[in-house]
Design a protein around this ligand. Structure first.
Ligand code: FAD
Length: 314
């Protein structure tokens, strides 16, 4: 059950794939079929975001984060990490959520604060941080879960400073986070500096870069705005002449992501790459094939069949 941690520490390059839960029940079958096909490439793990809009802890809802993570584990038989947030819950509710993860067979958690709701959206905000949840998890469950934490190569936008944010990250690691997955970034040098700065203050755990292949011009602008990231001028300039051509932007995105991953892996700045798939399949597969990380297995996955249908791996 400590497979992820052991494999990360073993030092062979690998990849992991992040998905968000499908929005509709009709999307669920497609979703698992996509995960099945991507599983053929040999990801070390897949992870599922904790999506507040999905009523994430509700196992009676097919599209909730928890149900989708349970499906990845049970139907797709792939090591699965569930993201879990704590800012919008009481401590008691978070403990229940963690207990449920254990009952579901989830062994890997990305412990997050989560984004705070707009003031007028939800007046009850508990404002616990990821650090609180990591401490509670270790207190209650010992080493049952492998815990990951998020890191921000350019500092978290709400942090008093970049240096303070690094110290908070160190506190999360000291409290029990066993590896770090980063926020997306656009330039190799940014990640390199972040790793150097982390090492300097004594963060020794693996730091895995979060890579987002650019899927579209408006899309990347929106994501950058939401995450309060600045897109560098060279990238905006490169996108400007092709911004109306979705195919060209997609191909450029694949090229950039491949370059970035290749450089980080070749220089051993990163032990592996974590792809924010945005539930897109072909771009993700192309990047991994370009990198030589895609390990096509000889057994092809059969389509996933819902509700007790015959499935080759159950
Ligand atoms: P924390 O580590 O708790 O930090 C939050 C802020 O508090 C930071 O500014 C930090 O500097 C500051 N801070 C920490 N400790 C202290 C202290 N002692 N005193 C003062 N300030 C302090 N969101 C979702 O809702 N669902 C997801 O599935 C999801 N997945 C993500 C995956 C990754 C890899 C990343 C990078 C982010 C993800 N997010 C997700 C977004 C995340 O929830 C937000 O970025 C959120 O604003 C911060 O969460 P955190 O756990 O990183 O924060």
């Amino acid at each position: 059950h400590k497979r992820i941690q052991k494999r990360i520490n073993a030092g062979d390059p690998f990849f992991s794939l992040e998905f968000f839960p499908p929005k509709t029940t009709q999307g669920v079958v497609n979703f698992f079929n996509r995960v099945e096909r991507l599983r053929e490439g040999g990801p070390m793990f897949v992870d599922v975001t904790w999506h507040m809009g999905s009523d994430p802890a509700n196992l009676n809802k097919e599209t909730s984060s928890s149900s989708i993570a349970a499906g990845c584990l049970d139907f797709c038989r792939v090591d699965t990490m569930l993201h879990i947030t704590c800012a919008q819950y009481t401590k008691e509710q978070t403990m229940k959520n963690l207990e449920q993860c254990k009952e579901m067979g989830i062994r890997n958690l990305l412990a997050l604060r989560g984004d705070l709701p707009q003031q007028d959206e939800n007046p009850i905000v508990y404002k616990y941080r990821a650090l609180d949840m990591i401490r509670w998890t270790v207190e209650q469950f010992g080493d049952y879960f492998t815990i990951a934490a998020s890191g921000y190569p350019m500092g978290h936008p709400e942090a008093p400073s970049y240096a303070a944010d690094l110290q908070y990250l160190k506190s999360k690691v000291d409290a029990g986070a066993q590896f770090i997955i980063t926020q997306l970034f656009f330039e190799e040098a940014v990640f390199e500096k972040f790793v150097r700065d982390c090492r300097e203050i004594g963060i020794t755990v693996p730091i895995i870069p979060g890579i987002m292949p650019i899927g579209g011009y408006e899309n990347i602008r929106r994501i950058a705005e939401l995450s309060k990231l600045t897109i560098p001028d060279w990238l905006l300039n490169a996108l400007e002449p092709i911004k109306q051509n979705d195919e060209a932007v997609r191909n450029y995105g694949i090229h950039l992501a491949t370059q970035l991953c290749r450089n980080l892996l070749n220089k051993k700045t990163a032990p592996s790459v974590h792809i924010y798939t945005m539930n897109r399949e072909s771009a993700c597969r192309e990047i991994l094939q370009n990198l030589g990380l895609w390990q096509q297995t000889s057994i092809r996955a059969l389509p996933w069949v819902p509700h007790g249908g015959h499935h080759p791996i159950r």
